[in-house]
Ligand binder design. Structure first.
Ligand code: PA5
Length: 440
């Protein structure tokens, strides 16, 4: 059963049910192309069946790695970029305390590398690792991406220096291609524990492979529940052909309708700051899948109420380019009460007796009504809470909707040719072998 509900109440002035119904044929055709594997990029559809078909031995092996490494490390360094780290980070940051890095914990704290070339960042990381026990996951499907390769070279040298080569090789887990790539070569030679990213799963759709599952499990979260949520959402997405019941189809239809009405920017909005990396993962998923052939909705994200005090003015009153998709969470995981204060010097006694969540929900309601009245269509994605099961559903929901939406837009949602342009220029500038004599 879907724990995700699309609420179109705040879209009424912009999109009618009749328009959604008119889109039905097109959306169902995109669903058919996706699920039958007859569209462009159909060699990258392995993610569709991951929740039901992921080999149980992979999950068991990840749990063994956690049992082996977690008791002896404080930090787990996850080296990867784009689809090779954003999914794990999205789930971990959604579930962990905002202050996890400053708190004692029974689980390793995950830190990230390979997603930047900042020298200062690596200096700071090495300073942290100097004084703390750690292990490493190096994640790269191609095994040749420059940023994680540089990060791994730096961290590997540090690890070997700290623990010796033999122990270091037991503390490194590689997640990469089954046969090719420099990372695969190094891992074979150095005898690292290795997980495979299936050939038919692209980076941004790989969170339910060891790419995401290993770091999430190492951080102490329940990957069985995550997969169970994804499985239930897989069933939901496949089963229904009614646009108003199938939440992924409904979302894909609404965003394409809005795009055709000139809404070129989608702002994914949360009212819980721990969802900000869900937005980062979502931006990659939709940006890389749809932004091509000079088409595609520009994915943008905001965290409210924080950003109401920075971007709120533009959203309310600026150019009407956008629509807003709010992830609306019904229940918090914890409660904090507002203390009574008879003096009421701050004037907020009228809030007494209300929970912070009730106040936040009213901020959310006030915001979506204001934005709608200011000319911004709002899609609400309602979820009951933030836990592993619901996140599993949310991940699969967004992935399935992305495939359907991309085909409806008329692009190949599973390639990313544009990502190569900067790499080529960087290689020319850095003199990479094979690029000699080329100029910008
Ligand atoms: O979604 C994608 O394919 C990309 O974002 C990749 O994940 C990213 O470029 C990293 O590539 P790789 O895993 O090959 O290092």
């Amino acid at each position: 059963m879907s724990k995700i509900n699309i609420n179109a109440e705040y879209l009424r002035n912009f999109v009618t049910d009749a328009e959604v119904e008119q889109m039905s044929k097109e959306i169902l055709s995109s669903k058919q192309v996706l699920t039958s594997g007859t569209g462009k990029g159909n060699d990258f559809l392995g993610w569709l069946k991951l929740p039901t078909e992921l080999d149980a031995s992979i999950v068991a092996s990840i749990k063994e790695d956690v049992a082996r490494l977690a008791p002896k490390i404080k930090y787990f360094v996850v080296i990867g970029i784009g689809g090779s780290y954003l999914g794990a980070r999205a789930v971990i940051e959604a579930l962990q305390s905002e202050f996890a890095s400053c708190m004692p914990s029974n689980h390793p704290f995950v830190v990230y590398a390979g997603h930047t070339l900042s020298e200062d960042y690596y200096k700071q990381l090495l300073q942290l690792l100097d004084n703390n026990d750690y292990a490493v996951a190096v994640i790269s499907k191609s095994g040749t991406t420059t940023e994680p390769a540089v990060a791994f070279r730096i961290v590997k040298a540090h690890l070997e220096n700290k623990y010796g080569k033999a122990e270091a090789s037991k503390r490194i887990i590689a997640v990469t291609d089954a046969r090719k790539g420099a990372l695969h070569e190094i891992s074979v030679q150095e005898n690292y524990k290795m997980y495979v990213i299936p050939d038919n799963v692209g980076g941004r759709f790989s969170v339910l492979t060891p790419v995401g599952l290993l770091p999430i499990a190492m951080a102490g979260y329940d990957i069985d529940k995550l997969l169970e949520g994804a499985r239930d959402m897989q069933k939901h997405c496949y089963e229904s052909d009614d646009l108003f019941s199938n939440q992924a189809l409904y979302y894909a239809a609404l965003r394409n309708l809005l795009y055709r009405k000139g809404r070129k920017v989608e702002m994914l909005v949360n009212f819980l700051p721990n969802l900000r990396y869900i937005s980062e993962w979502w931006k990659q998923l939709y940006g890389e899948s749809e932004g091509k052939d000079h088409k595609g909705i520009l994915p943008h994200s905001l965290s409210f109420t924080t950003d109401l005090h920075s971007m709120g003015q533009y959203v309310q009153d600026g150019e009407r380019l956008m629509f807003e998709t709010v992830i609306s969470v019904a229940e918090p995981n914890a409660h904090v009460s507002i203390p009574a204060d008879d003096a009421n010097l701050d004037g907020i006694n009228y809030l007494l007796g209300k929970s912070l969540t009730e106040i936040n929900h009213n901020a959310e309601k006030g915001t979506v009504i204001a934005h709608r009245d200011g000319g911004v269509p709002v899609i609400k994605i309602e979820i009951p809470c933030v836990d592993e099961y619901v996140l599993g559903q949310l991940i699969y929901f967004f992935e399935f909707a992305c495939g359907v939406s991309g085909y409806t837009l008329g692009v190949n949602p599973f390639d990313q040719p544009g990502v190569e342009a900067y790499k080529k220029n960087m290689f020319i500038l850095l003199g990479k072998p094979g690029y000699e004599g080329m100029s910008l």
